[in-house]
Design a protein around this ligand. Structure first.
Ligand SMILES: NC(=O)c1ccc[n+]([C@@H]2O[C@H](COP(=O)([O-])OP(=O)(O)OC[C@H]3O[C@@H](n4cnc5c(N)ncnc54)[C@H](OP(=O)(O)O)[C@@H]3O)[C@@H](O)[C@H]2O)c1
Length: 311
């Protein structure tokens, strides 16, 4: 058994040459390059871990058929929704939690600061060379409610607190420093900024609905860096049009947002096209995780980021 395990080779399949380069060489681990489409490379039948490309739309049935030894699918995204129910029985799904969290939290913070300090308004004035000094709001003393106390939520809290914000975290389970979702009706009216940083699951779909938005105080800012489907877009549009709330949205429902969608022109709404996690260099972070997971799989250690029961 000992000799067997010493000679055992683990085969992983990554989507492109850049990925192979970053993963590098590892003892006992073969790295194949294939994105699951078109003709498969030799040895694909030996693949233990398959890593689909970041923005790959899942159509994996044909790919999985050629990988009878598959035991792990490692995604590069934190969100897993499109892959649910598509994996062969017994194959473990792991996500890219941690890869995009820092940059997504950073964009949320940028969106909050930009909205409070009214950067879009000053930029419009700049375009017509107008020097228009007005006072703006600021973060100091603001109460910020972050729904989601995971990787992104914790990073947002850690960034905003030193700038003078008072941050409240909400998650499924209450624990020290974290409130449960049941407390939202009481918490929403006393926070001027609400950030959504939870995964899209059956429980969170449209969690930001008419009642949620109505509970936010007049003048409050909604920030969504998670998934567009967590927000009832029609309800948000009504709040934006009445100018009771403002929004910073990195994600929308639908995506991409069609050119004639009313959100583009909604008042006090700044949009970015789902770029939270995509800062330059994300590949290095992502394939470092793949490298670490491949070593764990090869050594029989516990995998990280196994997608659990929430889905
Ligand atoms: N804009 C982008 O480019 C971008 C990039 C990366 C990720 N995302 C999105 O952001 C999401 C969160 O990422 P993450 O890395 O922070 O995830 P994470 O570390 O897994 O944290 C998720 C948090 O959400 C909470 N949660 C789950 N279900 C909930 C519910 N029903 N009600 C309230 N809270 C709930 C969890 O609560 P517990 O702590 O109690 O378990 C946890 O605190 C991802 O799933 C993805 O959809 C977007």
């Amino acid at each position: 058994v000992c000799a067997d395990s010493l000679e055992r080779v683990t085969t992983i399949c990554v989507p492109d040459e850049q990925a192979r380069e970053i993963v590098g060489s590892l003892d006992g681990i073969d790295v194949l390059v294939w994105n699951g489409k078109g003709s498969a490379p030799d040895l694909v039948s030996a693949v233990d871990m398959f890593v689909p490309g970041y923005s790959t739309e899942p159509d994996p049935a044909a790919a999985f058929e050629q990988m009878p030894a598959l035991s792990v699918v490692q995604l590069l995204s934190a969100g897993v929704e499109p892959w649910l129910g598509l994996l062969p029985p017994g194959v473990v799904l792991c996500n890219g939690r941690g890869v995009h969290g820092g940059s997504t939290a950073e964009l949320a913070v940028a969106g909050i600061l930009s909205a409070l300090r009214e950067l879009p308004k000053f930029h419009v004035a700049q375009l017509s060379h107008r020097w228009e000094r007005t006072s703006t709001d600021g973060l100091d003393g603001k109460r910020v409610l972050v729904v989601g106390a995971g990787d992104i939520g914790a990073r947002i809290a850690a960034s905003l607190t030193p700038l003078g914000a008072e941050v409240t975290l909400v998650a499924r389970r209450a624990r020290e420093g974290v409130h449960a979702t049941g407390e939202l009706p009481a918490l929403l009216p006393v926070h001027q900024v609400v950030v959504i940083a939870v995964p899209h699951t059956p429980d969170t779909e449209r969690m930001v609905d008419v009642a949620f938005l109505a509970a936010m105080p007049a003048g409050a800012l909604l920030v969504n860096v998670a998934r567009g489907s967590l927000v009832d877009t029609e309800a948000l549009l009504a709040e934006l049009r009445s100018q009771r709330l403002s929004a910073f949205l990195d994600v929308t429902d639908p995506e991409p947002l069609p050119p004639d969608h009313p959100l583009w022109d909604a008042p006090n709404c700044v949009l970015t096209p789902h770029v939270g996690g995509g800062t330059r260099g994300w590949q290095r972070r992502a394939y470092r995780l793949v490298r670490e997971q491949a070593m764990r799989l090869h050594n029989g250690d516990r995998l990280q980021n196994v997608v659990g029961e929430a889905y």
